[in-house]
Design a protein around this ligand. Structure first.
Ligand code: AMP
Length: 142
């Protein structure tokens, strides 16, 4: 199973903010959209990624004043991305070794979607259930 299959099921929408947006506004967006990260973009260029963990770190280091700072002060700048043809197993390896839960999908330098660890788990559960169903059918008809 590839990233392409995940995006076909969940869609290509990615929530993003510009780098000079205040951290407080990004926090509101994370809360309202019930998501764990936003991409930070200047036009079509990915400048960084801001996850709820970055917000926690900024609050710990700089207190509530961090909320008044631009998102660019709290985001991670070196963003790791994946491609449509990558396998879900490969994604799980990256998420585990790099210790993050979000991967933007980039094709020909263009952002085409974002996969979260929740999407990966959902797909794995569906695969597992389909396998179980197939095995049950096989046993019944054997
Ligand atoms: P997460 O587990 O995705 O909420 O993020 C944990 C940390 O990794 C945060 O500092 C994020 O900014 C960072 N992070 C999340 N996704 C990526 C990514 N695709 N590339 C680089 N850093 C990331």
């Amino acid at each position: 199973m590839t990233v392409c299959a995940i995006l076909t099921a969940k869609g290509h929408q990615v929530v993003s903010v510009e780098p000079d947006v205040k951290l407080a506004a990004a926090v509101k967006l994370l809360s309202e959209r019930r998501i764990g990260s936003v991409l930070v973009m200047s036009g079509t260029r990915i400048d960084g990624i801001l996850s709820e963990r970055d917000v926690v770190r900024a609050l710990d280091e700089r207190g509530a004043a961090a909320l008044d700072e631009p998102v660019s002060a709290a985001m991670t700048r070196k963003v790791v991305s994946c491609r449509l043809s990558d396998t879900v197993t490969h994604l799980m390896e990256i998420m585990t070794s790099e210790r993050f839960r979000h991967l933007p999908v980039v094709e020909d330098d263009r952002l085409v979607g974002l996969v979260s660890i929740g999407d990966v788990v959902k797909l794995r559960v569906q695969e597992y259930e389909a396998e179980q169903e197939a095995l049950r059918d096989y046993i019944k008809t054997a």
